[in-house]
Ligand binder design. Sequence first.
Ligand code: TPP
Ligand code: MG
Length: 558
Amino acid sequence: MKLSGAEIIIKLLERQGIDTIAGIPGGANLPLYDALGQSDSIRHILTRHEQGAGFIAQGMARVTGKPAVFFATSGPGATNTLTAIADAKLDSIPIICITGQVPLSMIGTDAFQEVDTYGLSVPITKHNFLVRSAEDLLEVIPAAFRIASSGRPGPVVVDVPKDVQMAMVEFDAWPETGERGQTEELIPAEIRRAADMINKAERPVLYLGGGVIQSDSAAEALTLAEKASIPSAMTLMGLGVIPTDNPLCLGMLGMHAARYTNMALEECDLLVAVGVRFDDRATGKVPEFCPNAKVIHMDIDPSELDKIKTSTASVTGDVLDIFKALIPLVEGNEREAWNTQVQALKDDHPMLIPHAEDPTSAYGVVLKAAELAGEAAIVCTDVGQHQMRTAQAYPFKHPRQWLTSGGLGTMGFGMPASIGAALAAPDRPVICFSGDGSIMMNIQDLATAMEYDIPIKIILTNNNALGLVRQQQDLFYGKRYFASDYSRSVDFIKIADGFGINTHDLGTSSDPAKTLEEALAEPGPSLIHVPLSPDDPVYPMVPPGAANSEMIGGEKNV
Ligand SMILES: Cc1ncc(C[n+]2csc(CCOP(=O)(O)OP(=O)(O)O)c2C)c(N)n1
Ligand SMILES: [Mg+2]
């Protein structure tokens, strides 16, 4: 066979089963685009910004659990991808970014659109490559897939100089595709010790994170919780692992958790932490997190163990393998006293949902949309109050149903991620809860949703403010609102209309519930505008740096 570097890349992507690539062409990746144009099996989604392409790839990867690919040209194309890549790194999402680069001989000369993509991406990728010969692509592309998906998943950058894309290579056979590698064998003594600690515990709590979702072991997590009657809290990234309506579900822990969730953690005698990294938004002040508990930490990435909180015992391995080995060793136990105690916390310190019945209110629109969209819906958010309210109130039922920027907290994530989700799961409803600040960060890709007729339903809660920032100023900066209110408002209906998106305004509708229903049911992309007051904090809230026990607001009868 004799093919160009660019043709080799595209053929290898086809062999990996890639069917959709988002991106933008430019001088340095035009050979790659020329080859992509010849592909019968890969469709290209032309975005309006490379960050949008990165979040579309993330949306696909988060829904399928498989690596997704996006393209950018050199220089500004590459720098525009960085936020989406850093976001994937912090949330352990397998995406592969293939960038064009100036020709090898021009690297280091400040050539037109030259930037050191390799250097810039080192700290925000799991691995990165600068490909120096077209033959190397036969190794590098499968390696990129193997690395992105093996162990703890993460983003990989492959930077390909233009002359490498154009060079012709003669070769005999295609390499094996890059697949998720085997994880290390579990150490039986670690499993036995963990099981023994769970069996002896009187007041255990499961603390479940994104790692449970990444390892596709939500069913096993539920089995463990139910077998040993262990109340279970989830991180922002772990939502969906335990169905909200399960009596053992404690919802999300941490900064915007229900009071009872943080209180149950306060009272537990054993914290079973699985696929989590003890993020400060979950733990609050670490020394005061679960102060009376022994800790078992289980994770695929040994560098997470004892990083933030010293564990009493730890288990390294794929969380799915761990659950499978652990469950038979854990004794069935009703734990009546502990569950009665937790139920009393739930009764005395419930999650209060103000105006739950009003579909034009901040929480009410989340609940109404959930009711209308049904269990199969995929829910994306941007970053802010609307994100936290959705995390608190949405009745999640399944893993991979909830797509949010957890670690980096990137405004602008939601809308393009929802495009990716809808591309990966065309038969499922996809809702994106966004804010008036966040949507502006990638608003250009409304054009992409329109062009490809992608039926995302954007519920835009508009408080004419950077609400979550304003809330901190309200509570911790003497109500000195600076740079968090927009002094004039934008007409989002007109903007979305200009992009060719269906629009609806719950603020002016005479029957908002019906309007929402129609918007969710109509074909194509829609924007549903929901005007809100800026003076509406998300409670409860743990002040930044404080212990979770010091949460404020959201108390019953106050
Ligand atoms: C790219 C980026 N810049 C700044 C921030 C800091 N930040 C966090 S929440 C927020 C406000 C978001 O406003 P909006 O999208 O309107 O959501 P709301 O809180 O009003 O619901 C800001 C500025 C961020 N998370 N991401
Ligand atoms: Mg806002």
